[in-house]
Design a binder for this molecule. Structure first.
Ligand code: B12
Ligand code: SF4
Length: 461
């Protein structure tokens, strides 16, 4: 039996990331659980959540002295990943394997620069035991498990030494964890760099219920729905809510969803099971921009979807966080302002503006690369930097700040009203206590606090 260490690298070793200790790294936990069940000795280090320096990580590696080191690599954590691999090489002979979202989308030729022994493209549950046993080299393409009910639940005790629910340095929720109810995504948005190979698969509501019961037994009350989109399969959500009701099980759920499933039954069910806040990829209210992003087959219906979803969130007291992207080539400043105003006037609680990024693996990255606007080694390129919008970075940033200012002005009130509506008194009490306790810190990070989201500066200082 081997000793295996999983490392979840930080965005930066020099600065603290805002989102780092929000919820545990489920990918590493799923794999570590399979190995633990097979009798291996496993360890998981979440570098950012544990606020470890590079030196401390290496000290841990030396004391564990693993035979295999596995890292999860995001495009955003590529450099720290490289640094950790180089340092680990200096202190052990461990076999080093890297997986994670970046490896699944990175151009093959770029992988070797990471300096690992093996690179796993995609989900690794089907192959992790073989990797540890046989220590293969090079690029590995595992088979995706189709019946995801067969995957053992992630063993959260492996990470019990870490306190999650921390957001911008503030402990906003007690005992937060994450859960996946589906894998993959049904859509193909052109700016998104989720691996297209990932097929959309759903867990049965009964299977999800069993995991939720386990989470409940562990005393956790807040759950991050880590699905790409929690509303990708409304029927299952409705069934799950029914089962939870029968079992008298309720959590404070947070997650991500789409606006194009605005059904009454779905929103009622989500309210009943405890869904508190959802972040929606609204992106724009202009159908031509939505068409360019390939968000939906029916771009002209997009504004109506957004409006309906806002109404349902209002009716059922679910906090609506509208995430926007600024900088599509055909998008004018007036379009962007129209989008912000639409959300402001139609009842969004929080708005999160982002400058459009050309991310490696996304369809727009490849077409910009083909057009010679992006170099092969530029993996994260803001639209203005590539000359792909008539606006400067500062102009687009200004719009993001406008979203932040709306949240500062209106957000608190609207969020409070909804929490009260659904009698989320625990969150109100906890939030008030933490916010008062961290008042000076909060003033320092307030801009970022509201501007939380993918593709943003994520460092709170
Ligand atoms: C939950 C989540 C978060 C949470 C918690 C993060 C965490 N600790 O996991 C929060 C909100 C904090 C967060 C923050 C960020 N996130 Co995030 N997040 C997710 C989300 C929704 C779920 C992650 C998850 O649990 N997946 C489920 C598991 C099963 O999949 P997996 O992680 O890919 O793991 C599998 C394989 O990749 C592989 N694998 C993974 N690790 C390893 C290791 C080895 C050794 C091997 C062999 C295989 C392997 O096997 C795993 C099991 O099948 C994903 C989207 C998604 N659905 O995956 C985005 C996602 C990972 N996040 C993303 C981003 C951009 C970020 C931020 C950088 C945002 C920002 N600008 O601040 C930060 C980064 C913070 C940090 N330091 O990591 C992107 C990454 C894109 C990319 N290509 O790099 C994703 C893919 C979202 C997206 N649609 O673009 N995130
Ligand atoms: S942006 Fe969201 S909905 Fe679109 S393809 Fe990516 S994960 Fe799916």
């Amino acid at each position: 039996m081997s000793s295996v260490l999983f490392i979840y690298p930080p965005i930066s070793f020099s600065e603290k990331s805002a989102l780092s200790a929000y919820s545990p790294p489920l990918g590493a936990l799923y794999l570590a659980t399979i190995l633990k069940n097979d009798g291996h000795e496993v360890h998981v280090i979440d570098v950012e959540a544990e606020r470890l320096s590079l030196k401390q990580v290496i000290e841990r590696v030396k004391s564990i002295d693993p035979e295999v080191v596995g890292l999860t690599c995001l495009t955003y954590t590529l450099d720290p990943c490289k640094t950790i691999i180089k340092e680990v090489r200096g202190v052990t002979d461990a076999h080093i394997v890297v997986g994670g979202p970046h490896i699944a989308v990175a151009p093959r030729g770029s992988l070797e620069k990471l300096g690992a022994d093996a690179y796993v493209v995609g989900e690794a549950e089907s192959i992790i035991e073989k990797i540890v046993k046989e220590k293969p080299r090079g690029v590995i393409n595992p088979k995706e498990i189709q019946n995801i009910d067969t995957i053992p639940f992630p063993d959260r005790s492996l990470i019990k030494h870490v306190k999650y629910g921390v957001f911008y340095g503030m402990n906003i929720r007690e005992n937060m964890t994450g859960i996946l109810t589906t894998r993959g995504c049904k859509y193909g948005c052109t700016y998104c760099n989720r691996p297209k190979k990932l097929g959309f698969r759903v867990r049965s509501p009964k299977n999800i219920l069993r995991e939720l019961k386990e989470i409940d037994r562990m005393g956790m009350k807040s759950v991050w729905l880590a699905d790409d989109n929690f509303t990708n399969n409304p029927k299952n959500v409705i069934k799950l809510a029914r089962l939870m009701k029968r079992e008298k099980l309720k959590f404070d759920f947070f997650g991500q969803a789409r606006v194009d499933t605005p059904s009454e039954a779905l929103y009622k069910s989500m309210r009943d099971m405890g869904v508190t806040a959802l972040s929606y990829g609204v992106e724009s209210l202009k159908p031509e921009v939505i068409r360019w992003y390939n968000k939906t087959k029916y771009p002209e219906k997009w504004p109506a979807y957004v409006r309906k979803t806002l109404n349902l969130c209002d009716k059922y007291g679910i906090i609506f966080l509208g995430s926007l992207i600024f900088g599509a080539p055909m998008e004018t400043k007036e379009d962007m302002e129209y989008t912000i105003e639409f959300l402001e006037k139609n009842g969004a609680d929080l708005i999160n503006g982002n400058v459009l990024l050309y991310l490696v693996g996304s369809a727009i990255w490849y077409s910009a690369r083909k057009a010679g606007k992006i170099k092969a080694d530029q993996f994260i390129v803001p639209a203005p930097e590539a000359g792909l919008t008539p606006y400067s970075y500062e102009e687009l940033k200004e719009l993001c700040i406008r979203c932040t200012d709306f949240c500062k002005r209106e957000g608190w009130k609207r969020v409070f009203r909804k929490l009260l509506k659904n009698r989320k008194l625990g969150i109100i009490y906890w939030g008030a206590r933490e916010l008062i306790g961290h008042y000076s810190h909060m003033r320092k990070v307030r801009r970022e606090l509201y501007g939380y989201g993918y593709g943003k500066e994520c460092v709170a200082g």
